[in-house]
Ligand binder design. Structure first.
Ligand code: HEC
Length: 204
């Protein structure tokens, strides 16, 4: 039995000797079973280069370069603004507001807005079941009366606790979402006059 303790002791000493104490520092590279391409010959951002004459790895951007998706010459389409910088009331020219556009808007809405605002835009999305009461009900007059440009601005830049969504939804798709939100607002504020006279009787 004594030998068992002795052997255990030496095994422990060997293990610590070979593997080292946790957190100990060594100048030798660690033992790596799977290096996972941790080290490779590549340039890191803003590092020095011996290859380029100016000694920089970052190449200067050619004059007039615009980052992809950032060519925003149309203020209405990209910012929801009119010529004076005011919120534009309608949809930008050049968008075809048809069934396909609404379908696209519905799809984007249900992905990006419904979790918070709910499928009916009544502000009762799934997050509210987990203690968040914040998302706005879009059937309030306050929001129904907002211009399309203002809605566009809310989606693009966020509002208070709502984060911006412009990085997730392209400009045209944001307009499609607005078209769908308008349809939802219409659907939740239907009046008797909206029903064809021949069908009004069925509703009473
Ligand atoms: C992470 C949750 C979340 C998502 C996703 C979200 N919203 Fe919101 N939204 C909020 C909250 C919270 C508010 C209320 C902000 C405040 O305190 O005024 C709000 C407010 C709004 C308002 C009212 C702004 C005002 O003028 O008061 C509109 C309109 C709106 N959201 C539209 C959208 C649309 C359209 C989408 C999808 C493209 C969307 N939201 C996605 C949480 C969200």
């Amino acid at each position: 039995m004594r030998y068992v303790y002795l052997v255990l002791f030496f095994v422990a000493v060997l293990a610590v000797g070979a593997l080292g104490f946790r957190g100990s520092i060594s100048t030798r590279p660690p033992l790596e079973v799977f290096p996972d391409m941790d080290r490779q010959s590549k340039y890191l951002p803003q590092a020095a280069s011996s290859f380029f004459a100016d000694g920089r790895t970052d190449r200067p951007i050619p004059a007039g370069t615009v980052a992809r998706g950032n060519l925003r010459s149309d203020a209405h389409l990209n910012f929801g603004r009119g010529p004076e910088g005011e919120f534009a009331p309608g949809f930008p020219d050049g968008l075809t507001i048809d069934r396909q556009f609404f379908d696209r808007g519905r799809e984007r809405y249900e992905i990006y807005c419904a979790p918070c605002h709910g499928k009916l835009a009544n502000g009762r999305g799934i997050v509210t079941q987990y203690g968040w009461g914040g998302p706005a009900n879009m059937h309030q007059d306050l929001i129904r009366d907002q211009s399309n440009g203002e809605l566009f601005n809310t989606i693009t830049n966020g509002k208070n606790t709502m984060f911006p969504l412009s990085d997730k939804i392209g400009a045209e798709d944001r307009w499609a979402v607005i078209a769908y939100v308008r349809a939802l607002q219409r659907s939740q504020n239907g009046r008797m006059q909206d029903v064809p006279a021949s069908h009004q009787g069925e509703l009473n």
